[in-house]
Design a protein. Structure first.
Length: 283
């Protein structure tokens, strides 16, 4: 298995009654695929899974899996391994064990034990987990049967190289996606790609095809846009922008998150509007 291109980690829309709006979620999933996303992620951090009940989590995955099946798109599911085993799910997104800091050998042993029937995409985000991994450890993880790839969100741009075939490196730091693609990442899992999805997809295609001029033209503005969308805790600004553009019914989030400030939403909206106008995109 190889995973390529831009995956959108779906937000969870809430309606006026503060309940999960599954219809809005389904529309959003179709929209990002229409605009060039290669695949979807359900119950990633962007989807606020910790604030959802078990029944809500199951409903979210059911909708995302249905859309993925209809569109022939890969779906990665986080948070619940049991849901990742459902039909229509391509892989499970599995976080490097957080807080306990088991060391590199412990991380490798953890994923050797976890790997099974459902392919794994390891989520490496050391500024949240507290666990750093060397290039040598990542290569060991990549060699584990059943590990399909890694969401790589270290806050840095690193050349890993010599990774085995069938292992996909997906950038997870939105503002750094262009340089990560330039040095060989297969794609990215990018919350920012809820908007200007086509441009993010074009960026990945440009680096893949060696069109450096096109990639450089896209990379700078998309990095600025990503920084604006992450000016406050994810996905608060993204939800604010999606609501302002009429794509979801409310900008509501659940505690411990609070809605983004009007100023942050307005600034991100300004950048998005300018970019969409320049590129001739609708959303």
């Amino acid at each position: 298995m190889e995973l390529h291109g831009i995956f959108v980690p779906l937000i969870t829309p809430f309606g006026l009654d503060r309940e999960v709006d599954l219809g809005a979620l389904e529309r959003l999933a179709h929209e990002v695929l229409d605009d060039g996303a290669a695949g979807l992620v359900a119950l990633g951090t962007t989807g606020e899974p910790g604030s959802l009940t078990a029944a809500e989590q199951e409903a979210v995955v059911e909708v995302a899996a249905r859309v993925a099946r209809e569109r022939g798109a890969p779906l990665i599911v986080g948070t619940r391994p049991d849901l990742a085993a459902r039909p229509g799910v391509t892989a499970a997104l599995s976080l490097v064990p957080p807080f306990v800091r088991p060391g590199e050998a412990g991380v490798v042993a953890h994923f050797e034990a976890l790997a099974g029937d459902v392919p794994l995409v390891i989520y490496h985000v050391p500024y949240r987990t507290g666990q750093e991994l060397s290039v040598a450890a990542i290569r060991r993880l990549a060699a584990i049967p059943g590990v399909a790839g890694m969401k790589y969100a270290t806050g840095t741009v690193d050349v890993l190289g010599d990774l085995p075939g069938g292992f996909s490196l997906l950038g997870g730091d939105d503002p750094l996606i262009s340089p990560m693609l330039a040095i060989g990442a297969h794609g990215g899992i990018l919350a920012s790609a809820h908007v200007a999805t086509r441009s993010f997809a074009d960026l990945a295609a440009a680096w893949r095809d060696g069109d450096v001029a096109r990639a450089r033209t896209l990379g700078g503005p998309l990095a600025d846009l990503s920084r604006a969308l992450f000016a406050e805790p994810n996905p608060t600004v993204i939800k604010g922008v999606l609501h302002a553009r009429g794509r979801i019914p409310t900008a509501a989030v659940r505690l411990p998150l609070l809605p983004a400030t009007r100023e942050s939403v307005a600034e991100a909206g300004r950048l998005i509007g300018h970019h969409l106008q320049e590129s001739g995109q609708r959303r």
